[in-house]
Design a protein around this ligand. Sequence first.
Ligand code: UDP
Length: 472
Amino acid sequence: MESTTSIVLYPSLGMGHLISMVELGKFILRHQPSFSIIILTLPPLLSTSSADDYIRHISATVPSITFHHLPAISADLDSFPSIEAFLFELLRLYNPHIHDALETISRSATIAAFVIDFFCTTALPIAIQLHIPTYYFITSGAHFSAFFVYLTEIDRTTTKSFKDMNTLLHVPGVPPIPSSDVFRPLLDRTTTDYENFMNVSINLPNSAGILINTFESLEPKPLKAMREGKCNPYGHTPPVFCVGPLLAAQSVDEVRHDCLKWLDNQPSKTVVYICFGSAGLLLAAQLKEIADGLERSGHRFLWVVRSPPEEKGELILGPSEPGLDALLPAGFVERTKDRGLMVKSWAPQVAVLNHEAVGGFVTHCGWNSTLEAVCASVPMAAWPLYAEQHFNRVLLTEELGLAVRVEMAEDGFVGAEEVEKRVRELMDGDSKKGEEIRKVVGEKSEEARAAMAEGGSSVSTLGELLNLWNSA
Ligand code: UDP
């Protein structure tokens, strides 16, 4: 009997990472239904039951995707300096289990490819030792990927930390990036985070290829630079494959979310949607400034509000449902009730962005949110919080022309006037800037659709990968 061909996917913790990997699996299956997709899953240590629910849903609806549950390992988050340091150490501890899982799977199937998340880099040597072709899947864009391929080169040529450089970084294919806008965990080179992420940069060239959740015409320059070897001038750059945009499937909830019903009653393209990703938190004082800014702008809005963090500096993973009256300026809810809606903690973002009433998006510049806005043809205002979001703001505003830039103080604080100004820039009918961005976003949205259609660039690229994997 012929053995099945399997593609094994290894996402990191975090819903965004899991969802993108699942979407990659679904994309592969749409074009090669004979493959089996096996996803190695970590126990949901940091999240609630949402990952479990999601996995159950996918298992029930996409039978060709199976989940290989890795055992629980005890590790104490509090003893690590950062979530990233914890995550890297945890993933390192999983190596023996990854080895066992790959061996077990290969007893009954041919593993044509092992696709790992960027954070799962310590699994690369294990797979290489087992002679399994291993690919990275970057859940951010090509600019970010080019930066990471080039990181070892920057590291080689300076002894300074990014936070102390006070300069513009010149990375092939990437617009000049202020050194203070790099991926946050890299800012200080004396930290474990720096060392861990540097290891990703060192490992990338040893992979069989880099899959990126983007499409060719969105980010042509860094793709060209990587393919010409300019981002790793003294080493090798593996082939780069654009397989996106892969977006979270819109859930078909039996009960339509109330915010969508509210949007049904708003005129076309009049509502600005404000949301800071799956985990972004803002201080109570910042929430008040947003409320003031929105009120002064006079525009309609749909705002996902989360409770502020308990301690300053802790900008992700916070407490539960906010009490809006206590958090927002006195009388705000009442005064804006005819033109604004607050949603506590979570909105069905893809559906919101695709709703006819939505005309702008104030975003934290997470890559999934960015792609979702591009695909829905919604112009953005870029307000980064953490991770690679400051880097993405530079791209969105200065290189790609998809967003207006939200200016902030050094500690990230944004005043009400700035909120008002950027919302107006995005939403006012006579705003030239808004019109320019709408035009570019409209074009990119069409290109995104074309990339994922039959014969489109991302489908053709997947075809190349399938050819490679079929001959494995
Ligand atoms: N999201 C959502 N509703 C919310 C907040 C976030 O559906 O209220 C989804 C959003 O559509 C996106 C993901 O969560 O798919 C956030 O991913 P992104 O990469 O933008 O940011 P992250 O959460 O990883 O910082």
